[in-house]
Design a protein around this ligand. Sequence first.
Ligand code: M6R
Length: 613
Amino acid sequence: MCGIVGYIGTKRACPILLAGLSRLEYRGYDSAGISTIEKDGLSLVKDKGRVKVLEDKPEINSLKGTIGIAHTRWATHGKPSKENSHPHQDNHKIFSVVHNGIIENFQELRSMLEKNGYNFLSQTDTEIIPNLIHYYYEKEHENTVHAFLKAVRNCCLDLKGSFAIEVISKLFPKNMIVVRKDSPLVIGTCEDEKYLSSDIPAILSYTRDFYFLNDLEFALLENTCVKFYNVNLEEIDKPSSSIEWNAAASEKNGYEDFMLKEIYEQPTAIRETIGSKISLDNKCDFEELRFTKSYLETIDKIYIVACGTAMHAGLAGKNVIEKLCRIPVEVDIASEFRYRNPILNEKILCIFISQSGETADTIAALKLAKRCGSKTIALTNVIGSSITREADYSMYTHAGPEIAVASTKAYTSQVLLVNMLAVYFAEILGNTDVSEISNIKQEMLNLPKKIEETFSCKDAIQEFAKKIYQEKDVFFLGRGIDETVAKEGALKLKEISYIHSESYPAGELKHGPISLIENGITVISILTDSALMEKTISNIQEVISRGAKTLVITSHACDPSMFDETIQIPDTITYLSPILSIIPLQLLAYYISKEKGLDVDKPRNLAKSVTVE
Ligand code: M6R
């Protein structure tokens, strides 16, 4: 949902900002813009379209300034257009601002500013920000950096909603001010350069040392130093954190698309997520949690709350927690959970899954759970992300940066981590058969190799994609845990190929959806749970007899003549099966999107992290 970058240093800012925008383009790509501090004031170059449009503008070459801010947009208020693109400036062109988030009370603030003589050129909520800063700056009686900081702070106190903001001013050509509330912004630091970005990977090639702001903390930057202030503008200390991801992880490394690279990174992502936590000789240890048996015994229920693919990972993990720990688990969509008055108290444990750690609905749901006295665990891929600052405990998938909008390696790592958490709880509770736990652990350790084996389906999947890429509707079926994979397969397909796809529990078909099955329609089924296999095969027969074309993904021996295409995957225990059975479906979505000539990594209307409601 919009990407922002900033640079303050000794080099020309423009190329650094453009490179950062290209890396952040997955967050929004309908317009882009840049503003730098030049000798004669603030520059402003922006337009509708992708970062490439900005790069090709002749004016870009004349930008020499060493301080600048830039933005790539995912439109919320106002259609994609040059006027609505960021940066925005105040009427006097003294302040340039980029903003990620939504200002909910912008109409009210805009009316107030209009009454005070300000004009607006765009339909955005953001344009009020530079004008409001100007409005407050005018009230200051001194032209000092502190007055600039105070004006930005006073402006932010008026804003309702979410924001990550970078501000530069022609009056203060050595400074930049940044602030965030419920929207991501990180500060990368080197000796005489500072880099700002909506996420870590975009600036990893410059530094591994980062500062993370809490809500309504302000950073006043110069190229050689950063000072931090709380909302009362008292200076505060902030430690920096060193990030272990390497810069190459954020590049395509020879792959055509990030999504394909990330699919093939799954063995490594799983290996890294297991780390040293799982071994056959020792108990699973999450030192970051330190849960006790007596606490776990008080839990009445666990909620797993998340959005999209992360929610599907929760669905895939529900059964293993219930089976091993005998604690009921309910999985909820964050945007529903937060408004449905859920029963929350100190006997409820809530787990929030989010790859980015920045999803607005998930964070809001977490805040609600905390307010109601429940313990909260954030399960995320991004160290320092907003969710980790809100949760009581954080645990990490170590999937490395995920850039493609369609989530792949994050999903499989999340499914694994929920399984690891179940094992951790079960070992503390001590009421599960030790050999069952050993078997799960052994299968976890076998996963990287089995994922490699699963990749051998690639050619068959690519061929199948060629056969069905022009279809309008595709159905996904499964029972039990396979149904949760069907959901994820359908999401992946619709997200990047724009084919309407639906998933159903196979047994539900005849209660309505089967009326949609007609000659030639594609039905994809997942068959890994041996206990449910025969039942699902009967359901597949029902669609075959109504003319459906069938693709079956299975880990068991099946007569291949029964279906149009059968993809054999390695067998594993049911709880871990989504980590293997999703892979052919990720590849299928990828190759269909390629056949259709679509932008796999940046599907229309979507953005990588959804930082607005
Ligand atoms: O960053 P998060 O895991 O919180 O994101 C949640 C969803 O927005 C995300 O999984 C989305 O559904 C993906 N684009 C799916 O591929």
